[in-house]
Write a protein that binds this ligand. Structure first.
Ligand code: GLC
Length: 559
């Protein structure tokens, strides 16, 4: 089915810039969003049935994490067929219906592409196992002989991202490379069939009306595996300057130049955003208009809720976006990190970023005494409304609009993340931000559907969407109000800092006079009479003519 996209996002009505430059994109983790079939796994029909939630929230686009056939060795990032829907999640016809319904509401659709590795159940990998050493089938992956007596030792001592060796031995004695889980063999990106097949996948979804793509670990596809292979220590000592054997190689952009030509052959051009964990000085390569066009900036995932840290990150990333010709991206939560309400509710520990602090807290079993839930949510509301005022696009993660905290106390037998298994349980992994959403306070499984595939803690009910929709002071109400106002206020992509004379407060103005003020500390910030008249949004309300500590206000343009 071919479908041209005529969707116009809310702010695009009022401006000529491409839709993605300042879009609000909502990430759906499909297996945990809404379960219409009652099997405990979220599905596409569930997205359709909750479409009013997305519409009322006011997002410009949704990004769906993988919904493809998968054995779920890595939450769907182990793809067995790139051009189909997991039967537990739906069908291609349901996908088409979902896209059409979202487009009808003015909501664009971004899908996740996982090119570094397939699932070990992918027909290509199964054929590679079958065909044996030296076969053309094995050439699509990275097979090597082992070392030591009988080749019983892996080719190198490389360590996989989820822990353990990055090599796995197959029945005939050869080894294959998997940068992530054992079930995720790396594809050989110097193989023409691999390149051609991904172009076909991108065409397949573009023809079905998909508006854009999120590219998984975009910096890892191409590799220089010339023998002798370096050791892990040698790899770690090498500069990542475009010629590193495994990471952020310059030649990966030859792949993306081909993708770009394909994206631009559509009207409107399809968009892409890179998940590229690279040095900031190299991000522009992924974000440039000749490559993927936009790249995630993950700096805020590591940063404490502090004015100086936020200001530095924002200034740096606006400069980087300018350098690439792209717009900046702002992310506080996603399916790989501890939710930001929780990160901001934990007291800092020496020498650890807030992201690492969150991971350590989960490892300790999520002690309730260490988490100040109210403070975390208060700061999360302030931080989110702050970034929604910035130039560029904001990526929201499902459940953050409900003020959800991380679910830290998942029993070992329910855990799914490969990090948990590969570390022998030493790391608990990312399941705590992937627990199915609470929709209805008084329904079984809080209205998610069947028995959730990851258990919901009892306190999830306090965050249920139905209760929050009826409460004007809820976090859901705040997100709705913020997104509606943002669409109305949206300005060209400039920003000017307004000096406040206080190191716990940030204030900036957009070119149309819209201003954003955030109090990062505990102390209240008094506002003048003219400012009070301009307040259109206040995450902590206004108390005695002042904004309370740990809150954000938006001021409408003066006059
Ligand atoms: C990306 C995904 C993560 C996944 C990994 C391997 O980092 O965001 O969830 O585990 O790639 O595909």
């Amino acid at each position: 089915m071919t479908q041209t996209t005529t969707t116009r996002t809310r702010h695009e009505e009022a401006s000529a810039e491409p839709w993605w430059r300042q879009a609000v994109v909502y990430q759906i983790y499909p297996r945990s969003f809404a379960d219409a079939t009652g099997d405990g796994i979220g599905d596409l029909q569930g997205v359709l049935e909750r479409i009013d939630h997305l519409d009322a929230l006011g997002v410009d686009a949704v990004w769906l994490s993988p919904f493809y056939p998968s054995a779920l060795a890595d939450g769907g990032y182990d793809v067995a067929d790139y051009r189909d829907v997991d039967p537990r999640i739906g069908t291609l016809e349901e996908f088409d219906r979902m896209v059409a319904a979202l487009h009808e509401r003015g909501i664009r659709v971004v899908v996740d592409i996982v090119p570094n590795h397939s699932s070990d159940l992918h027909p290509w990998f199964q054929a590679a196992l079958e065909a044996g050493r030296g076969s053309p089938e094995r050439a699509r992956y990275i097979f090597r002989e082992g070392t030591g007596p009988d080749g019983a030792e892996p080719p190198t001592d490389w360590v996989a991202m989820f822990g353990g060796s990055a090599w796995e031995r197959v029945a005939d004695g050869q080894w294959y490379l998997h940068s992530f889980a054992v079930e995720q063999p790396d594809l050989a990106w110097d193989h023409p069939e691999v390149r051609a097949d991904f172009l076909e996948t991108l065409r397949f979804w573009s023809d079905r009306g998909v508006d854009g793509f999120r590219i998984d670990v975009a910096h890892m596809l191409t590799k220089d595996l010339t023998e002798p292979l370096p050791s892990q220590a040698e790899l770690a000592a090498m500069p990542v300057d475009g010629m590193h054997p495994l990471l952020d190689r310059d030649d990966v952009h030859e792949v993306y130049a081909e993708w770009r030509a394909l994206f631009d052959s559509y009207d409107p051009p399809r968009t892409a955003v890179a998940e590229a964990w690279v040095h900031p000085s190299r991000i522009h390569r992924y974000a440039s208009p000749t490559s993927l066009g936009q790249s995630f900036n993950f700096d805020l995932l590591e940063a404490p809720f502090e004015a100086a840290a936020f200001r530095r990150i924002i200034a740096d990333n606006l400069a980087l976006a300018h350098e690439s010709g792209s717009s900046s991206t702002w992310v506080l939560s996603n399916h790989d990190v501890v939710r930001h309400a929780t990160r901001y509710g934990l007291a800092a520990t020496e020498g650890a970023s807030v992201r690492e602090r969150g991971i350590a807290w989960i490892r300790e079993g999520g002690p309730e005494a260490e988490l100040d839930r109210a403070r975390g949510e208060r700061r999360a509301r302030a931080a989110t409304v702050f970034i929604l005022g910035l130039p560029g696009s904001t990526y929201l993660y499902q459940g953050e609009e409900l003020g959800l905290h991380e679910a830290a106390t998942i029993p070992a037998e329910a855990r799914q993340d490969p990090t948990f298994f590969r570390s022998g349980g030493a790391e608990l992994g990312r399941d705590g931000c992937r627990v199915p959403l609470p929709w209805e306070a008084d329904a079984p499984a809080f209205g998610f559907g069947g028995e959730p595939h990851l258990p919901q803690p009892a306190w999830f009910g306090e965050h249920a969407a139905d209760a929050q929709a009826a409460d004007g002071s809820s976090t859901l109400a705040l997100y709705r109000q913020a997104l509606a106002l943002r669409a109305a206020l949206l300005a060209p992509e400039g920003l000017e800092w307004v000096e406040t004379g206080r190191d716990d407060v940030l204030r900036f103005a957009r070119p149309n006079g819209w201003e954003v003020v955030t109090a990062f500390g505990d102390a209240a910030v008094p506002l003048g009479a003219d400012e009070l008249e301009r307040v259109v949004l206040a995450t902590g309300g206004i108390v005695d003519g002042a904004m309370p500590g740990e809150s954000t206000v938006w001021l409408a343009p003066a006059g």
